[in-house]
Design a protein around this ligand. Structure first.
Ligand SMILES: [Ca+2]
Ligand SMILES: [Ca+2]
Length: 168
């Protein structure tokens, strides 16, 4: 039981209580962010989504599994804004090469699909790099360079990768 003998301390106590309520409330509401384990790990790129650049290099399948374990998925670029945000993330992360994204033609050579099983179409925000895609059976996984251009490469190639988490 706290007895407030000095009334001059009341405003301070009210202030502390307000902060505590705000913090607890923030925890319950996740402060409008993704669930706890993403905070500080996934970057909130405003208006676009939540992303994580994994610098360590693994095969496409391992990258796919890591994103799945995060309740996320390998990056799929859906808009020019998303491309720009992800390019900035790669540059900020000092990406020095290609990174796996969520596009492949594992089932039918030349038929590119996203990891959400949608068909992938090249566009202003999904541009192949020069002389790409090689488009042979051996190169069934797609990666992105920090300049935003794409290539196909073997799925066994060890690369960094980018996971994406969407709230909805
Ligand atoms: Ca996306
Ligand atoms: Ca290629």
């Amino acid at each position: 039981m706290v007895i407030i003998s000095d009334m001059s301390k009341v405003p301070v106590l009210v202030f502390v209580a307000t902060i505590l309520v705000a913090l607890i409330g923030c925890e319950e509401r996740r402060c409008g962010r993704v669930p706890g384990r993403f905070i500080g790990s996934y970057r909130d790129l405003p208006g676009v989504g939540y992303y994580k650049f994994y610098k360590y290099k693994v095969s496409w399948g391992e990258a796919w599994a890591q994103c799945r374990d995060d309740n996320a998925h390998l990056l799929i670029i859906d808009s020019p804004e998303e491309l720009e945000a992800v390019k900035a993330l790669m540059i900020e992360s000092k990406s020095d090469g290609w990174s796996h994204i969520g596009v492949h033609d594992l089932f039918i050579n030349g038929l590119y699909l996203t990891v959400k099983n949608g068909e992938f179409f090249p566009s202003e925000f999904n541009k192949w790099s020069l002389k790409e895609p090689t488009n042979n059976v051996a190169e069934a996984c797609v990666s992105i360079f920090p300049n935003g251009l794409l290539r196909d490469n073997t799925c066994a190639t060890s690369l960094s990768f980018i996971c994406e988490y969407n709230k909805h």
